[in-house]
Structure formats: C-alpha cells, structure tokens
Design a protein around this ligand. Structure first.
Ligand code: PEP
Ligand code: MG
Length: 572
C-alpha cells in the first residue's frame, strides 16, 4: 500500500477511482498520405463526431450551469462549422499530408491571425479555435480529453492544481473529493471544497505522478492522506470511519435550531462564508446565524465579461431575501492573487498577492466598483445588508471606498430609488498595517472582520498557496494571536463588533481562544457551523479567560497548540 501525504483541507473520507486531470499527450508525426480522399473522409467523420460531442456538452452545461456557460460551447460549434477554416484544411489535405498536420497548420495560422488583432472579440475567437482544435486533434488521435463536468461514475479528481473556476465547475454528484500536487489550506480551491462539503487533500507534490488514472484510492481529508492499493481490511476500516463521521454529523443536527451560546451563557454569532447565491441554502440548512462573508468575486468568474449591475442586483437580492433579517456581510470585489479574471486582461505581476488587487483595483477602475456598489445599494432594502471592503491597508483607501459608496447612494436616492438607511460599512482586517492601526479604523468603521487567511500570509511572509512554506503558515504564531487580540480590543474600545471570516474562525483549537478574546462573530464554511456550535455550548468563556494570559505568553505556535490540546482534552 502506498500512502501519499498532503495538507488536509476539507474533512471527510472518500473512496473512489482516481480521475487524473493531466494534459494529454497530443503529439503526432507529419505523414505523407497517398489515399487523399480516404484521409479527407476520416477528417470529415471526426468533425461529425466532435460536433455530436460538443452538442452533448452544451446541453449538459445548459442544464447544470445555465445558459451563459453553455454559450461557450455554442461558440465552439460555430468554429467547427466555419467554412473558411474547413476549406483551408481541405486545401492542406489535398497536398497529401495527414489530417492531424493539416488541422494543426491551419488552426495555428488562424489563431495567430486572431491573436494579433487588437480586438477583444477576435482574441476570444482565437481561444475558441484553440479549444476546438485540441478536441479535434484528440479525436483524430483517439485520445479521450478529460471532462470533469460530465462524469458518469463516482471519482476522486487528481490534478496538479485546480483553479477556483475549475473547482466551481466540479460535478458534485460524482466528484467525491480531490487531491492536488500544489496548494495550501487557504488556497481558494480548498475553501471551495469546504463550501461544497467534499473531502480534499492538497499540496501532495506527487499526486499526479504517483496515482494512476482509474486506480481505487482512499482520500482522508481530515488526516491529509491518500492511500493507494489498500487491502480489503483497510478499506473496511475507512468505510467504518465514514459511517462514524456520518453518525457524528447526524448528532450535530440537534444544534441546527439551537442558539450559539457558551456553557456559561455568552452569545456569539456563528455565520457562514459563501461564494455564490446558491450556497446560502447550505448555510441555512446548517443553522447559520448569518452570512459573515459573501466572496462576490465568484460572481465575476467563469464567464467572458463583467456581470452587469442587473445580474449582480438579482444575486444580492436573492441572498438577502433568503437570509431575511439575519445579518449578511457582502464583501466587494476581491480579485487578484489566485483569483483571476482573464477578461480584465490585467498585466502579469511579479507578486500578484502583493499587487494591484481587490480594493486597490476597484479604486482605480471605478466603473467596475461603482456598478457593484449600485447593485448592492439597490438590493439593500431586501434584507439586513452589511458591506465590507477587502485588502484595506490605509485609512485613505477606506475613506475613498466609503465616499464612492456614499456618492452612489446619493445618486440612487436622487433617482428616486430606495436604499436601506441601516447598512453597516465595515472592512476586512487582513493586512498587518490595518491590524496595527485597528484603533484608528474602528473609529470610522461600523465593524471589523479579521481575514486570517491573508493576515497570516502577510504577517509571516509565507504564500498561502505554496506548500513548500506551509510550515510557516501558523495561525497560532504569537504574532497572529497578538494581532487578533489588538483588533478585537480596538473594535470593542470603540463600541464596534468584531468578526473573523478567515478559516481560523472555524478551527477547533482556535475557537476557545477567540471566544476568550471576545470575538463577536465567527464566520466559517457551512460544514463547520454545527460542530462549532456544539463545541461552544460546552465551553465556559469565563474559565477560558483565566487561561488567556498564559496562552498569550507562549512563544511558539506549537506551544500554543499543545497547551490548547491539553486544555481541551482535560475539559472533555
Ligand atoms: C481572508 O483573507 O481571511 C479572507 C477571508 O479572504 P480570502 O480568503 O477570500 O482572501
Ligand atoms: Mg483575504
């Protein structure tokens, strides 16, 4: 049996066959063909086969993801029937070369031509031709292209990496988990795995080289392991563990309607993190007290252009209506880092996580920002909306963002459009400079929400995506605990509530510390809410407060973890 170790990012056990998402080898030789007509017929048949394939994909995409996504495949079908391109291939074939060569020569020429045009539409056509050419070539060579959005059997996806948009396309009915070579606990594919409640292990370095396509594997998203060639006995053990986990989840169900309250009567808010309006259902099913983070950038992904004000308005209104009077914190566009929007054509940067992203980009490309603000303001009358800005580093940025919001609000009111008068405006504290001057921010913000995913990476200078520096990604590093305490104290000293929407808020070891520090709102993946509520119902805040000085005096992350593990085990 082979055990591959990685970083555990989404709890649960999955047992299924591996589905390897590796780029297929589409190399071929140039051949001289004597029976030209037969070769032309072969190509014609492949075009027909590809057309049937694309139509089926378009139909499945339409059903699963809606019309917008399906349109990509309509564009592909147009390319496939483009007479100019088909003629050019025919001319090549008449010269006695094989279809693979004729296809590549012709499509490369078209791609280069379209790419050289200074026209966004034409450049997109180049991308369509590239996709169609790849599909045709694979069919000519008899190679099956991976298509993880249309699976017919249960699988565990094995990939080098999964981009956030690839993860969002995964078909949850059949994708039982995923394992990747790269990534860390707070890379966005990991966060999405938790949102989708599928087990995942990332950062294994060797998954794609060591796991053969189709092999039966056991993925343990809690321990961070992948087992290959396990015997019947081991499989039986894991099946049992899977049942135990299901029983535990069933036990947590009793907390769905319970209050979020500690054993000694202190209330907190246990909210959920979402990326799409449809994620709200999961938060409500898990008894979330609110939404602590709506990562709106996911509305902008996986499409060809920016979402319109109307589209965004409908998305925000849907979320607010579903949440009713429960607080709903919507974060404005946080693009950049590992979250890309190809259609914005942003220049590549040396250090994307330190670059022109999130609020920095929004303050510069104000039309994008204003559209979002208007959509949010218009939707505000449908629920309990709170707006927060991401990646705030300076007071100036926060003031500018607030001023733009105010301007859009005034405009709407002048146009006679109703806007809620009770929207709280807050900010993410995820850059050390903001944490260090949280006292100044707390005077001007209605609330602060600590984004530990970024706060940790920026404080320890350790890329959250890079498994090689994962050892430095330490939520319990004394520097992080001090910063978190500073922010909570600063908020409270100014009468403001403080939340946390980074992954640390749902961590079993962190929860008691955060409760003792007085955190008001904990926002986490839907799947963590009930476990957190059960845990908090067993904790005494006053008792924990007595341990705070000791916890804050410890000098390493490990010491804190060991101290807390001991404390929690003694209390059990
Ligand atoms: C964070 O940085 O903690 C956070 C919640 O934002 P994101 O993970 O989307 O960067
Ligand atoms: Mg962040």
């Amino acid at each position: 049996m082979l055990e591959i170790k990685g970083i555990a990012v989404s709890n649960g056990i999955a047992i299924a066959n591996a589905y390897c998402l590796v780029e297929p080898d589409l190399t071929f030789d140039k051949l001289t063909i004597t029976d030209i007509e037969a070769e032309k017929l072969r190509f014609k048949e492949i075009v027909s086969k590809t057309k049937i394939e694309l139509e089926a994909i378009r139909e499945a995409a339409e059903k699963k993801f809606g019309h917008d996504k399906a349109e990509i495949f309509s564009a592909h079908l147009l390319v496939l029937q483009d007479p100019e391109m088909l003629n050019a291939i025919d001319v090549q074939l008449s010269e006695g070369v094989n279809a693979e060569f004729a296809l590549q020569e012709t499509t490369t020429m078209f791609i280069e031509l379209f790419e050289s045009m200074d026209n966004e539409y034409m450049q997109e056509r180049a991308a369509d031709i590239r996709d169609v050419a790849k599909r045709l070539l694979a069919n000519l060579l008899g190679i099956e292209l991976p298509d993880y959005s249309r699976l017919s059997k249960d699988v565990i996806i094995v990939a080098d990496d999964l981009t956030p948009s690839m993860t969002a396309q995964l078909d949850k009915t059949h994708v039982k988990g995923f394992v990747t070579n790269i990534g860390g606990r707070t890379s966005h594919s990991a966060i999405l795995a938790r949102t989708m409640e599928i087990p995942a292990v990332v950062g294994t370095k060797i998954a794609t080289t060591d796991i053969p396509h189709g092999a039966k594997i056991i993925l343990d998203g809690t321990k961070g392991t992948v087992l290959l060639d396990a015997n019947e006995e081991i499989i039986a053990e894991y099946l049992l563990a899977q049942e135990e986990q299901a029983a535990e989840s069933a036990m947590f169900q009793q907390f769905v309607t319970a209050e979020s309250i500690s054993a000694d009567g202190f209330h907190v808010e246990l909210a959920g993190n979402i990326g799409k309006p449809e994620d709200v259902d999961n938060i409500l099913a898990n008894g979330g007290d609110g939404i602590g983070l709506f990562r709106t950038e996911f509305l902008y992904m996986d499409r060809q252009e920016l979402p319109s004000e109307e589209e965004q308005y409908i998305a925000y209104k849907t979320v607010l209506e579903k949440m009713g009077q429960k607080p709903t914190v919507v974060r404005t566009l946080d693009i950049g880092g590992d979250k890309e929007l190809p259609y914005l054509k942003l220049e590549p940067e040396m250090n994307p996580f330190l670059g022109h992203r999130a609020i920095r980009l929004c303050l510069e490309q104000q039309d994008i920002f204003r559209t979002q603000l208007r959509a949010l303001l218009r939707a505000s009358v449908y629920g309990n909306l709170k707006i927060m800005f991401p990646m705030i580093a300076t007071l100036d940025e926060f003031r500018k963002a607030k001023a733009l919001l105010e301007e859009e609000k005034e405009k709407l009111l002048r146009e006679g459009i109703e806007v809620s008068r009770e929207i709280e405006i807050g900010m993410m504290v995820e850059i050390p400079s903001a944490a260090l001057i949280a006292d100044l921010f707390a005077k001007e913000a209605d609330f602060l929400s600590i984004g530990t995913n970024d706060l940790i990476q920026y404080t320890l200078a350790a890329d959250r995506m890079n498994e090689k520096v994962a050892y430095l990604y330490q939520p319990f590093h004394p520097a992080i605990l001090r910063l978190v305490k500073m922010v909570i104290d600063a908020g409270h000293a100014n009468g403001k509530w403080v939340g946390m929407c980074g992954e640390m808020a749902g961590d079993e070891i962190a929860i008691p510390i955060l409760l003792a520090l007085g955190l008001d709102e904990f926002s986490m993946s839907a799947s963590s809410i009930l476990r957190a509520r059960a845990q908090i119902s067993d904790l005494s805040k006053l008792e924990l407060t007595q341990h705070l000085d000791k916890i804050l005096s410890l000098s390493t992350s490990l010491e804190v973890e060991q101290y807390m593990t001991k404390l929690l085990n003694t209390n059990n």
